[in-house]
Ligand binder design. Structure first.
Ligand code: CAO
Length: 566
């Protein structure tokens, strides 16, 4: 084992560069070429690679330090034969003799330089001419992939605005426009490998146009987000100019930021690679490094928080889910006395389920009034029979029976959607959940095979399950497998409400309190007992016409319960 210095290799002309991220710590084992730290010139972010395999023993610089070629940034112990005792083969030497790093470290600047060299002397006429911009010298690089096209046809740009971004395995660099003018045809596509001399874009050049050399070492956030969403037409840099200089507002959560069109993303190649591997949109990540640079830790923290939210179904306050900002709570005690108590597990689970359903399901609610005058006469006539059986007949068993008939007749309501597999799951059974209000919160026991059971059986079973729910005696199996849910507030009150679909079911029937209403029978108004029904449904699975058919059918079935026998 021998200790060797890790030195800054040839920076290809750049005097001093700033250390913007340290990628290793003391004790880390690294392979040859593993990135040790990231430095940034005014135009490119570059990673300094390890000169060999071994263990880091010391890092002698910190973020923000300025370094130049030959500076020692750390020490390492070479492992095994790799380092040997070949002391005079300095780390810096190895690094600088590495064929690629030198080119990579400097290619951005060189590309910039060449572009500068090619800039024609501005003419005074103020006219315009056509030019085809070619790829400048990439300092030894050939076949570098285009990872982003920063302009669109028709964009008005300034000289030095980035046209495309290319990426080698160590550096990301932008190829700036040598001219101010209007973008014509773009002659390369994302993913193309390009080399010096290749035609890049056609431009109408404004003669005597501005040569404003703005910083162009960063990417456009909107382009980054367009890329990650598969959109190959990123927003033009020119359009977003100016906006990008605005300071971003503080995000409400540590790692979440809504993508800001036109904002720039500051991140080195390794961080960009990591984000791509995770499928993370850099435009959404808040950088904690200097100048808001996004570090590897930021990407990891962002991915972790997104995973946690997904696994927990996202929380009610705090971190938002599905790209929705979380709710920031004020200090309520400033308004008066407060008390805090922990949510029960059930309340927390219900809150998450409600939010998950609400966010995932495009809801529509269809309303109907069912005339239950005759049904109620019949139900009341069964009171004595019920007392004998020890079962109370409420409107609920009629609703269960009517819904089972409607589900059989309109089977598009008895499905779940498997969006991952792009399949509709059709159920050949009819199990219905009933929402039960308990002192501990809402519970939904499930009555199986409702279509095969009679009214008394349904009355007995729903009363038993409701009691078990109130007594916290329900087994998990008794709360699973529902195809549809009925939530009845009829015993309490209200004229209508919009229930939330209990996803992955696709519909839920809300029942409000029946009331006597004047109903026109063609000759006069008759007093009829009307039951308000509110059918909420998942509009991905069910169309509005079918929802109206479903509630009309319920109206008919409840209006004439003899039809439930058919
Ligand atoms: N209109 C008018 N009266 C109604 C009615 C309606 N739609 N539904 C029930 N009633 C009457 C019943 O007939 C009964 O009256 P009587 O004692 O005079 O016969 C009384 O209201 C109480 O009925 P109930 O509520 O005990 O029985 P049920 O079978 O109708 O309902 C259950 C059972 C479990 C659905 C109910 O107890 C319950 O918990 N409902 C709340 C569900 C809930 O919270 N949903 C909201 C979910 S979303 O937050």
């Amino acid at each position: 084992m021998s200790e060797q210095e890790i030195k800054v290799p040839d920076l290809g002309g750049a005097d001093e560069v700033e250390v913007i991220e340290i990628l290793v710590s003391k004790g880390d084992s690294v392979e040859e070429e593993d990135p040790i730290l990231t430095v940034e010139s005014d135009k490119a972010s570059v990673e300094l690679p390890s000169p060999g395999a071994g263990k880091i023993t010391k890092i002698t610089v910190k973020v923000g330090d300025k370094v130049k070629e030959g500076d020692v940034v750390g020490m390492m112990e070479a492992s095994g034969d790799a380092g040997g005792s070949d002391d005079d083969k300095g780390a810096g030497e190895e690094a600088s003799s590495g064929k690629d790093e030198k080119a990579e470290d400097t290619s951005e600047d060189k590309a910039e330089d060449k572009a500068e060299e090619k800039k024609p002397a501005p003419k005074k006429s103020g006219g315009s001419r056509k030019e085809t911009v070619k790829v400048p010298a990439l300092d030894g690089f050939d076949n570098v992939p285009v990872i982003e096209i920063n302009v669109s046809e028709g964009d008005e740009i300034e000289a030095d605005d980035p046209l495309v971004t290319v990426e080698s395995d160590k550096a990301t660099m932008e190829i700036p426009s040598p001219y101010a003018g209007k973008i014509g045809k773009i002659l390369v596509s994302e993913g193309d490998k390009i080399s010096e001399g290749l035609d890049l874009v056609e431009m109408t050049v404004v003669e005597g146009g501005g040569e404003g050399a703005e910083e162009s070492g960063e990417e456009d956030a909107s382009s980054e987000s367009a890329k990650s969403s598969g959109d190959d037409k990123p927003e033009s840099k020119a359009e977003s100019k100016g906006k990008s200089e605005e300071p971003k507002p503080e995000p409400s959560s540590a790692t979440y930021e809504p993508p800001t069109p036109g904002a720039k993303v500051h991140a080195g190649p390794a961080v960009r690679k990591l984000a791509r591997e995770f499928g993370a949109d850099l435009a959404r990540i808040k950088g904690s490094g200097p100048k808001n640079r996004i570090l590897k830790d930021d990407v990891q923290a962002y991915v972790k928080s997104q995973l946690q939210q997904t696994q927990q179904g996202s929380t009610v306050a705090g971190g938002g889910g599905a790209g929705i900002p979380g709710v920031k709570l004020p200090d309520f005690s400033q308004f008066g006395e407060i008390e805090r108590e922990s949510m029960s597990r059930m309340m927390f689970a219900t809150a998450n389920n409600m939010q998950r359903s609400w966010l995932n399901v495009p809801h529509v609610t269809q309303f109907e009034d069912a005339d239950i005058t005759d049904m109620e006469d019949f139900r009341k006539s069964q009171k004595a029979a019920g007392e004998k059986k020890g079962v109370k007949m409420t409107p609920l068993p009629f609703l269960l029976k009517a819904c089972a008939t409607a589900l059989a007749e309109l089977p598009q309501f008895n499905v779940s959607l498997d969006m991952d597999r792009k399949e509709v799951v059709r159920k050949q059974y009819i199990h219905i959940g009933i929402a039960v209000d308990t002192p501990n919160g809402l519970m939904v026991p499930v009555i199986r095979d409702v279509d095969k059971k009679g009214l008394w059986e349904l009355a007995a079973e729903s009363a038993e399950l409701a009691q078990k729910a109130r007594d916290k005696q329900l087994k998990p199996a008794e709360m699973q497998g529902a195809c549809f849910t009925i939530t009845s507030l009829g015993g309490i009150g209200g004229t209508a409400f919009t229930p939330i679909v209990n996803t992955p079911e696709v519909a839920i029937l809300g029942v409000s309190k029946a009331a006597m209403k004047p109903v026109w029978d063609g000759k006069g108004f008759q007093p009829r007992l009307m039951l308000p029904l509110s059918l909420s449904y998942d509009h991905r699975a069910v169309n509005g016409a079918d929802a109206a058919r479903f509630t009309s059918l319920l109206g008919q079935l409840l209006g004439d319960i003899r039809s439930l026998l058919l």
